[in-house]
Design a protein around this ligand. Structure first.
Ligand code: URA
Length: 277
């Protein structure tokens, strides 16, 4: 017997936390009875467990996909507004994979999808803080002071958000510039909100790395399976020591003043800021 939310995540229905939400919403039944109680146990081998009326099955094998999400797609399995979803792009995939984390409708870039609920839960858990790298085309040209503010942390809606690395990429620097920013938390619209907070709203946003995973050659709209080595490195990263969360206004969650310094001038030789951890 296992807890229902664990069974659901192992079956690739959703992460454990998302499975709990499904239960709260009354969408999970065991042998015909709706189960909202989070501690409830069931036996996946003998019980008839359903989500939205559809019987779950433990997956025969795990799939780990890397998709280059184009703009104009929702990161969900199904959208009540019937907009195109990332699942629409996975032609030929029969496993019940779901997105690990979220990219906004208008954000493009790398997105992992899997039916491995355990790994998905660890990767998205804020305590593990897997680094995600974004390239943001912004309005105006941030100066060294602006970049430093991002590395030190800005407070948006009560939450302190920091960039672990931030620098300006070479290229156009007239009315726009491209900022490369690395974050480890995953708050809703975090990069957009952080850049807005320093007065440089985002016009285009693209995720170029998730932890060790990068792929410059994967075209928007295309996907591939992650290699075994990639899955292993993601697994290792997801098991790293939990990090401290920073929440404005609550000193128990505050790790003290953030040290920041200019990193040695890198390949692009411009305004790199990093935050020491
Ligand atoms: N931050 C954002 O603002 N949007 C995304 O899609 C991802 C991170």
């Amino acid at each position: 017997m296992e807890r229902l939310q664990k069974i659901l995540s192992q079956a690739g229905v959703a992460s454990r936390r998302a499975s709990e939400q499904l239960m709260r919403e009354g969408r999970v039944t065991v042998n015909g009875a709706t189960i909202r109680e989070l501690g409830t146990k069931a036996d996946p081998a003998s019980d008839d467990i359903r989500v939205d009326g559809r019987r779950i099955a433990l997956p025969e094998r795990y799939r780990y996909l890397l998709l280059n999400k184009p703009r104009g797609y929702v990161t969900t399995r199904s959208d009540p507004q019937r907009r195109p979803t990332v699942i629409d792009l996975l032609v030929g995939i029969r496993e019940y994979v779901y997105p690990v984390g979220r990219l906004d409708f208008d954000t493009e870039g790398l997105l992992i999808l899997t039916n491995d609920g355990e790994l998905a839960a660890r990767l998205t858990h804020p305590r593990h803080g897997v680094a995600r790298v974004y390239e943001a085309e912004v309005l105006g040209v941030p100066d060294a002071h602006d970049l430093d503010r991002l590395a030190r942390g800005v407070t948006v809606e009560g939450y302190r958000m920091t960039a672990t690395q931030v620098h300006l990429l070479p290229g156009r620097r007239d009315r726009h510039a491209t900022v490369q920013i690395t974050i480890q938390e995953g708050r809703n619209r975090q990069v957009r909100n952080m850049l807005e907070a320093i007065g440089h709203p985002v016009e285009h946003l693209r995720r170029v790395a998730i932890g060790p995973i990068r792929d410059m050659r994967l075209k928007p709209g295309r996907w591939r399976d992650l290699t075994e080595a990639e899955v292993t490195s993601l697994r290792k990263m997801s098991l790293q020591t939990p990090r401290t969360l920073h929440r404005g206004g609550d000193p128990r969650h505050n790790a003290g003043p953030h040290r920041s310094h200019a990193a040695p001038r890198g390949r692009h030789g411009s305004g790199v800021r990093t935050r020491s951890k």
